[in-house]
Ligand binder design. Structure first.
Ligand code: KIV
Ligand code: ZN
Length: 515
């Protein structure tokens, strides 16, 4: 793939770098859902996974390669033939497939992680790119920790990768160390010094450890990079990657200084953010740029007055341009299927028949319990369905006795693969009693790292959205759920997190027994 001087290639790595983030594991079905949405949204390249990492990753990349309509599907590989062959196999059925191979090039990575000298790394670069070219003409090579690599050596390996056939050269700021000036200078330095660099696409891949991932990516573009690697909601290792929605809207909003365009349908950004947040159970911070719930909210009187007179007084982009509609009172218990379907369409959802019927039934149940049903309620309800559609363990019923006269008691029935079991437990408060009851049915030693509740909308009958994070033996899992009843949402979120833990335990056991 080549880029005209105006076009910036958007390379999304939510399913690879994003999924590497502790606790952000997605199931196979969730990965397909995210990939379908990215494809539809106009993402140029989807890094769908790291095929050698696990059977699950391999299957996800293979399936995404088959279903993608327009995006290039990319699989990651280290600099060895085993990884590259597996990635080549996984992208085989893609309309357009890419192999992305990488190796650490900085002194720290060479000496301490790889225990290889400069010449040995150089040889591996040539061998890995040459091998990848046997599977596809579209090969990306990354100099991991490029921003801490000696310039002369970086030029040497980049030149070698180009000569071996790489068509995209990625310059990762792996540890999020660079400042925008450094990153600009680095890209410029490569463009000035490396023979053949004009034939390939230069790419940015910036981590956010200093909160500069987006700024560095844009500095890279100003210096001549034409691909940006990024993730939805900025998900990724440690502090994350450059956020796709921020990069895209910065390019769109500041066309005066960044005279480029992307192929992204920006009206889908909000929906993409919600989906990724729902499937990873990672809440989006309220004040997150572009997709945070406060991103277009005006609180102070002066701001509200200005916006009412002319939105441009305090808004540099419209909420509609990123898919945020005005929060409106949508429907009540008398609304029918057709109105509900049309509302879902307005909110950017395109559900299949079964999912639509399920969402409608849950909408009806919600409308019975809640006086006003807002857009946010519908979104929470649909996201809830997406997140829990494939759960094997479900909360069938929960009754809690709370109040000043303890002990607080929870009576809980769980449905595990169609089999229902009921237990009763007391606790230090209703949430504790509920979690203790769950623990009786799903024994574990996990530590509760986080228990967080927030209201989806205003009012005392608002749905409560609960997030739970658990840690067991270094494994981190999260669960999230929304319901007008805080305790029901808490129970479901806790069960969702525990279900993920069970899957993780099984995977480890399978790996240990070589299955
Ligand atoms: O951060 C990094 O260096 C990476 C590489 C695999 C590109 O994610
Ligand atoms: Zn990375």
């Amino acid at each position: 793939m080549t880029a005209s001087s105006e076009q910036i290639i958007i390379f999304d790595t939510t399913l690879r770098d994003g999924e590497q983030c502790p606790g952000a594991t997605m199931t196979f079905e969730e990965k397909l859902q995210v990939a379908e949405l990215l494809d539809e949204m106009g993402v140029d390249v989807i890094e769908a996974g790291f095929p050698i990492a696990s059977e699950g990753d391999f299957e996800a990349v293979t399936e995404i390669a088959k279903l993608a309509k327009t995006s290039v599907i990319c699989g990651l590989a280290r600099a060895n033939f085993g990884d590259i062959d597996r990635a080549g196999e996984a992208i085989k059925l893609a309309k357009r497939g890419r192999i992305h191979t990488f190796i650490g090039t900085s002194p720290l990575h060479r000496q301490h992680q790889l225990q290889l000298d400069q010449d040995q790394v150089h040889e591996k670069v040539i061998a890995s790119v040459t091998r990848a070219r046997q599977y596809t003409d579209d090969v990306e090579w990354s100099a991991m920790d490029a921003t801490r690599t000696e310039h002369d050596y970086l030029c040497r390996v980049v030149e070698a990768a180009i000569k071996a056939g790489a068509t995209t050269i990625n310059i990762p700021d792996t540890v999020g160390y660079a400042l925008p000036e450094d990153y600009y200078d680095l890209i410029m330095m490569l463009r000035n010094r490396v023979p053949g660099i004009e034939k390939i696409v230069l790419s940015t891949h910036c981590h956010d450890d200093l909160g500069l991932a987006v700024a560095n990516s844009l500095a890279g573009v100003r210096a001549g990079a034409r691909q940006i690697e990024c993730t939805i909601n900025g998900l990724g290792e440690r502090a994350g990657n450059a956020a796709l929605e921020e990069v895209v809207m910065a390019i769109r909003t500041r066309h005066d200084l960044l005279p480029h365009r992307t192929g992204i349908k920006s009206e889908m950004l909000s929906r993409a953010s919600r989906l990724v947040s729902a499937v990873t159970n990672f809440p989006v911070q309220y004040n997150k740029a572009i997709v945070g719930r406060n991103a277009f909210a005006h609180e102070s009187g002066i701001h509200q007055d200005g916006v009412l007179k002319n939105t441009e007084t305090y808004e540099i982009m419209t909420p509609e341009s990123v898919g945020v509609g005005k929060s409106s009172l949508v429907m009540g218990k008398h609304s029918g299927r057709a109105a509900f379907k049309s509302k879902l369409k307005d909110l950017g959802y395109d559900l299949g028949d079964n999912a639509m019927e399920d969402a409608f039934n849950r909408f009806k149940a919600l409308a019975d319990r809640k006086k006003h049903v807002y857009d946010e309620d519908i979104e929470a309800l649909v996201d809830e369905g997406v997140a829990h559609a494939h759960d094997r363990i479900k909360v069938a019923s929960l009754t809690v006795i709370a109040g000043t006269m303890g002990p607080q008691t929870a009576t809980l029935t769980l449905d595990i693969d169609g089999q229902q079991t009921t237990v009763q437990s007391v606790g230090n408060g209703p949430v504790d009693a509920t979690f203790n009851a769950i623990k009786m049915l799903m024994p574990h030693e996990a530590r509760l790292d986080l228990y967080q509740v927030h209201a989806v909308t205003e009012g005392t009958d608002a749905q409560a959205e609960v997030s739970v994070r658990l840690e067991e033996g270094g494994r981190i899992v999260t669960g999230r759920s929304a319901d007008p009843d805080t305790l029901v949402a808490s129970a479901r979120a806790y069960v969702a997190a525990l279900s993920k833990l069970v899957v993780k335990r099984q995977k480890v056991a399978q790996a240990q027994h070589g299955v």
